[in-house]
Design a protein around this ligand. Sequence first.
Ligand code: RP5
Length: 167
Amino acid sequence: MSDEPLIAVIMGSESDFEVMNKAIECLKQLKVPIEVDIVSAHRTPEKMFEYAGSLFTRNFAAVIAGAGGAAHLPGMVASLTILPVIGVPISSTKMDGLDSLYSIVQMPAGIPVATVAIDNAENAAILAVQILLRAHPQFVDNLERFRLDRKNKVLNSSKKRKFIFSP
Ligand code: RP5
């Protein structure tokens, strides 16, 4: 089994890291090899062109791109690669991420960006792994276990919190 990264996790700024780290930690937990980088659509456009253009030949399977504000990065990367791109709108501005959500989710027809909820980088990670599973079934057990953990947490909360009140 190769250790070559399968998922690229990119973000527009260092300031996005805290949110995007949720995707990184989730992918680490699922033991999926990743590459993480900062690529800005408006500050480093040349790097974005080169990076996005190389992803398919470098054998990546999916891209997670987080950005705040006008949030061009996911859409621009999607226009530069044939790989599926998952966009994470980040609440880095006074508009609390609504600006980025609209910017990312409203891609015109033909160049889709799968968009998760504002700051929900973990869902982007899970979706990226689900995209991989057919071709990389070695991650199936990890994802099943991850979901089972979540299920058990809810069942345990239910045991702890459930009560009947009859006055
Ligand atoms: C976007 O602008 C980044 O994705 C970030 O969310 C936002 C603010 O960037 P910084 O000014 O903090 O670098 O490009």
